[in-house]
Design a protein around this ligand. Structure first.
Ligand code: PAF
Length: 288
């Protein structure tokens, strides 16, 4: 596996990989890789595609007071995992490489930024969209792989790729969970032992909402109540939101009268965990 830090070199290497004719995939990450990321790499490599994995902790998607400075970074460990997984290139630019002097572009998708995580993380999705657009420009992949755990991010990227006609296929990877149901996340590393013990209640809450969906067409309020019952008041976990939205447009839904994304954000102390499932009335969870 090649490690590339310079964006211009990355563009040249990517062009050589694309010339092989097997297709080129990009897996954008912020590093601190876990099994969830490796499952994205596995999907990227399918069908013999050549695969670039980027590791870049993107400053423009963190707000003031968020965890940019303490976000876990371990490039050596990431490289070893990616090598083993069979990735072709690890692209690890620095901030100057992505945002050189004079960089002035900012992508924004206002209607996607006003729901779910948006109001709690102002500027976050603009930062994500902008860095992904830059990475797409550097690597020019045929496909890019994103996890369903970040469902709002996935919707933002799909919309941006469609609107800007970037011609990149977006592959959505299923959420990878710990045996007790907790969705894998680099931020799980922040949890204290007590918080970690409580955290599976998030998946239990989502499963309770899914069980309600199996019975019919519950309202958003009923789904939230089912979720709240599992989390309980005044404990280690506190709910930031538990909302039902259209899976593609992120427009809030009052009732599960068609497929809906039930998405939640929960605080365990300072650590913010997100999770979600796509629910179908009369069926339950169709994507978890
Ligand atoms: O999901 C992430 O790790 C980041 O938001 C991404 C897509 C790599 C952009 O920085």
């Amino acid at each position: 596996m090649k490690i590339v830090k310079n964006p211009e070199e990355m563009t040249r290497v990517a062009s050589d990989l694309r010339a092989g004719g097997c297709g080129l995939a990009l897996v954008p990450t912020m590093g601190a890789l876990h099994q969830g990321h490796l499952s994205l790499v596995g999907l990227a490599l399918e069908g013999g595609r050549r695969t670039v994995v980027s590791v870049f902790v993107n400053p423009t998607q963190f707000g003031p007071g968020e965890d940019f400075a303490r976000y876990p970074r371990d490039l050596e460990k990431d490289a070893a995992l990616l090598e083993k997984e069979g990735a072709d290139v690890l692209f690890a630019p620095d901030a100057q490489g992505i945002y050189p002097e004079g960089f002035s572009t900012r992508i924004s998708l206002p209607s996607f930024e006003n729901v779910l995580c948006g109001p709690f993380r102002p500027g976050h999705f603009g930062g994500v969209a902008t860095v992904c657009c830059v990475l797409f420009g550097i690597v020019r992949p045929d496909v890019a792989v994103f996890g369903r755990k970040d469902a709002q991010q996935l919707a933002v990227i799909r919309r941006m790729v469609a609107d800007l006609r970037l011609g990149i296929g977006i592959v959505a990877a299923p959420i990878v969970r710990e045996p007790d149901g907790l969705a894998m996340s680099s931020r799980n590393a922040y949890l204290t032992p007590d918080q970690r013990k409580e955290a599976p209640a998030i998946f239990r809450g989502i499963s309770a909402a899914a069980a309600l969906a199996r019975l019919g067409a519950p309202s958003a309020v009923e789904l939230r109540a089912a979720f709240e019952d599992e989390i309980g008041p005044g404990g280690i976990l506190s709910i930031q939101y538990a909302d039902l939205v259209d899976p593609s447009t992120m427009v809030p839904m009052d009732r599960l009268d068609r497929d809906g994304l039930f998405a939640v954000a929960v605080h365990a102390g300072k650590t913010r965990l997100i999770d979600n499932a796509v629910l179908r009335p009369g069926v339950g969870a169709v994507e978890v």
